[in-house]
Write a protein that binds this ligand. Sequence first.
Ligand code: HEM
Ligand code: FES
Length: 774
Amino acid sequence: MSTESCPVDHADRPTDPVSGCPVSVGAAAFDPFGDAYQADPPEAVRWSRDEEPVFYSPSLGYWVVTRYDDVKAVFRDNITFSPSIALEKITPVSDEAIATLERYDYAMNRTLVNEDEPEHMPRRRVLMDPFTPDRLSHHEPMVRRLTREYVDRFVDAGKADLVDEMLWEVPLTVALHFLGVPEEDMATLRKYSIAHTVNTWGRPSPEEQLTVAENVGKFWQYAGTVLDKLRRDPSGDGWMPYSIRKQREFPDVITDSYLHSMMMAGIVAAHETTANAAANALKLLLENRTVWEELCADPGLIPNAVEECLRHSGSVAAWRRLVTSDTTVGGVPIPAGAKLLIVNSSANRDERHFEDPDSVDIRRDNATEHLTFGYGSHQCMGKNLARMELQVFLEELTRRLPHLDLVPGQRFTYVPNTSFRGPEHLWVQWDPAANPERTDPALLHTRHPVRIGEPTTRGLSRTLTVERAEPAARDVVEITLAAPAGTPLPSWSPGAHIELQLGDDVSRQYSLCGDPEDRSRYRIAVLRDPDSRGGSRYVHDELRPGTSVAVRGPRNHFRLDAATRHHVFVAGGIGITPILAMADAVRAAGGSYELHYCGRSADTMALLDRVRRDHGPRLHEHVSDAGTRLDVTTLLAEPADGTRIYACGPQRLLSALDAASAHWPEDALSVEHFTTAGRELDPAVEHAFDVSLADSGLTVRVAPDQTVLAALRAANIDVPSDCEEGLCGTCEAPVLDGEVDHRDVVLTRAERSAGTRMMTCCSRACGASLTLGL
Ligand code: HEM
Ligand code: FES
């Protein structure tokens, strides 16, 4: 290996005996066209994530970036890290191939994905509207119709190559519809697209280069012909006619060169990415049979499953940027002019960001934070169209062919390249005699609503069975819920709650009070509320051993602070449930605590025997009937450093504690909230404001009757959410400028006054604008 071409500073680094260069053995051996990377890109660079997250690859001539935070930081800064090389040929082209391309006047140039500022953002803004969730919704019937037609063709066959028989052509047809391009010979377009992929991200041999150049040249010509046709009559539907019309208004922004290049790149961007993503998703789900079966049983899980598949096995494995000024990535100095291969598929498997990243968890609450669509000002404009297609594919296949299996023993092949990734064939088999639609034709007409835009984690329930329902005090029932055999339940920490779906329209949250180590069951205790509108009444009257219940969570908005030296636990009535779990944990860890349990009379105090047994010496019982009522003023008279009060109970008790702790250090009192007051926005009282997005280069107007979260989603910005009531912290965004009107119960007083974070589902601007780090 020549050290002359290597930009690593050789002066103070020993030469590696293998590579002949101060790069490490792993870096020297890195080959993105080799078998290991082609088989599994994130696995092939696992060593890098662990040992050397930013390294120089002498064979590629690129710096390679593999950890989540570093990849995202590169995506975020499109000035220091220019996207101009995103579509450059990664393998130098032979003179003959260049001559072939010239014969076709090939002049692929800047589109959006490889355009620098200041040209890029004005173009993106002008062309964005057809991609917003509102505008995308009318494509759904077309996507569904096409999907059904293709499934109809093979549903009775018992065996199919899903790629050849559906997953390639449906996205291509959708792409052509979306772009407003007449449907053409699909096989030819497929050949052209693959040639474009190999030409851009592959390592073709000199002979292959000629065939590739021939097809790429023809693709370019085809794009020009279609463009000319559309120019003659640009009145039709679709993004390309829309762009041609916009050119009349903004000729400097939408140039001729842009339109021709986008015509060709657009077909690839909209089609191959999605076809590959769909094939990857189906392969992954069928390889993880229990997950597939869960999806078949509960299609409500599909939107988040799509995100999890994009995270785990996305169709864009790596992307590229050019360094425009001397900088550092992950602490490693990188000189101006260096090229970066940012391995977003590796970032998506970084355990520093995703828990247990190699597993497939369709309920993962941060799955949408994957970087498969890139991030920031160039983030994929078509992501919501792709998400819609993937949801429809999964929905139709899980419903019509739940008994689908991968044909065993098949070897998966991939078009060798650094970036676009999906199996070339995906053979599946099933018994057509067992097709559910043969016995239940009504099934053909069912459809589950597609979520356009990003899924929330709210709908992600799992079905548990009531194992026991036992009295735990007067009017209190203790319910034990068990997981289906063999599937461990998600872990939880003291203070967490679950949400039970009780009948059609009612759901209620209950704190967990069992043993967090027991992953096979959850325990809750529920007080019968005489004014119940269905929640506690349903639990008491309907839940019996063997009943199934849909359960969401666990979630925790009420956590123990590890820095607490002494814990004062205060429970009022049924509020004992989270407090007991917390006290159990502190006791088990040998921590210091006292437990105050208040109730009207001993027979109404839930789980009292257990509380007495486990916490006797630390327990203070405050029983009104016995005249031992808690005096909160006396209890909290003396503030103590390092002491925190954790309370759950009736609002009267919590307000009294709040007042009595006013002279305590800020945030000494933590209370459990299940609801917040005032969810409805009153447009007569609220004002409109602007939110500027530093990473995305957009300014979004928030109407008086709209949340920041809703306004961001309407502008295609992904922000995960869960409670959408200011309780859980999922929708948090960094605040860079402007004063926030905080309306959540997540942030502490100190965090609110720091003004660097906000909950976008409920909090607003005090003034006319805010700047967020999104
Ligand atoms: C950009 C991935 C589907 C249109 C991108 C980028 C990636 C990507 C990685 C570059 C992001 C960056 O530099 O930060 C994907 C994946 C898809 C998909 C994985 C499917 C699963 C689509 C579809 C369309 C589309 C269906 C069009 C209908 C675009 C456009 C850009 C882009 C126009 C350029 C945006 C800009 O630079 O401002 N996509 N894409 N993509 N994608 Fe997609
Ligand atoms: Fe829960 Fe906003 S989504 S705080």
